[in-house]
Design a protein around this ligand. Structure first.
Ligand code: NAD
Length: 312
């Protein structure tokens, strides 16, 4: 049985990845700043000595690094912390792997935000598309990728990197478009507010279901080519107006109260871009399974279960 570590195991994607790996016969442990169970080590992975000790003790066959600051919006509040968390943990892991388990596969999560989303022509975005950072978060993910490429080559490590598109699903915190609207709808349904503030809805995004995302991560562990970078997305472009409109239509209360402005879809100032999944499909056979309607319904139900005015 393969011994796999998940760094950031208590996060949104980490919890799903844990389940995906356990269901497929892996022995799984994890690290997070707050421990949740006996398989989770409580540690700050910015502490290089702690990282070294953990890998010396665990000697994993593979490590996923999902620890990170995951919100581009929040990254403006603390660019220095964003750079530390999103770059230094990767470097600490590489050095510890080099010291204690040099054959281990390391899978690092980058972001589709690294691409020049506003200026890329409409259509699928392949891994060689132009890049342009627009937030400290984007810079941190690009920096992680550059540094990992250089150090990985120097140290001769087995590394795979992703450029993951937005993933959504039950359990995700607020601070992201789908969860923010789910929260507002639930607040409305519970009578905690009598209106929903609608922000600009003119934008295209590729949203994957987190359960598909972590399936892709497992396939990359098993079949990805060492040294390669892979897009992980749904392969579909969704117009934000349509996503918000679908959520509102799932709530009688929201339907009665919210008056969406006219859709700008036909004259959108943004290109209709989405993940080109050809590379990950060709190398691993990855095909997303969850339809967007199912995912949106599951997220809204999750927020209904949790109740109104949640603090993320
Ligand atoms: N969610 C998305 O849509 C999305 C899209 C593209 C890429 N990503 C990337 O995927 C990764 C996982 O995203 P997520 O949504 O699960 O994030 P998340 O914020 O839910 O989880 C991150 C986890 O890392 C832990 N962590 C943070 N700093 C740590 C440290 N110093 N030491 C140990 N643990 C630490 C946190 O406690 C948290 O549990 C991130 O790198 C994110 O940038 C996410």
């Amino acid at each position: 049985m393969k011994n796999v570590g998940i760094i950031g195991i208590n996060g949104f994607a980490g919890q799903y990845l844990k389940r995906e790996l356990l269901e497929n016969g892996y022995s799984v442990w994890g690290v997070d700043v707050v421990a949740s169970d006996e398989d989770t080590i409580q540690a700050d992975m910015l502490d290089a000595e702690a990282v070294d000790r953990i890998l010396e003790q665990k000697k994993p066959d593979a490590v996923f690094n999902l620890a990170g600051l995951a919100s581009p919006g929040a990254s403006w509040d603390d660019p220095v912390k964003t750079m530390h968390i999103n770059v230094d943990i990767a470097v600490n892991l590489m050095q510890a792997i080099r010291n204690h388990c040099p054959k281990a596969r390391l899978i690092l999560i980058g972001s589709a935000n690294q691409y020049d989303m506003r200026n890329i022509p409409a259509g699928p975005i392949a891994e060689d598309a132009p890049q342009l950072a627009e937030s400290p978060y984007d810079v941190s993910k690009s920096a992680q990728e550059s540094l990992v490429r250089v150090l990985g080559k120097k140290y001769g490590l087995d590394i795979i990197m992703t450029r993951s598109f937005n993933h959504i699903g039950p359990g995700q915190k607020t601070g992201f478009v789908v969860t923010d609207y789910c929260q507002r709808i639930v607040d409305l349904e519970k009578g905690l507010t009598d209106t929903i503030e609608v922000r600009s809805l003119d934008s295209w995004r590729d949203f994957a279901d987190v359960r598909d995302t972590v399936h892709a991560y497992r396939l990359l562990l098993e079949k990805g080519r060492s040294g390669e970078i892979y897009n992980v997305g749904s392969g579909n472009a969704y117009y934000i107006f349509d996503i918000v409109s679908a959520l509102i239509n799932m709530s009688e209360k929201a339907k009665a109260v919210v008056d969406l402005p006219a859709s700008q879809k036909e004259n959108s100032q943004f290109p209709r871009v989405y993940s080109d999944n050809s590379k990950i499909f060709n190398d691993t056979g990855f095909v997303p399974k969850y339809p967007i309607e199912q995912t949106l319904k599951d997220v809204l139900e999750d927020y209904r279960r949790k109740g109104g005015l949640q603090v993320s």
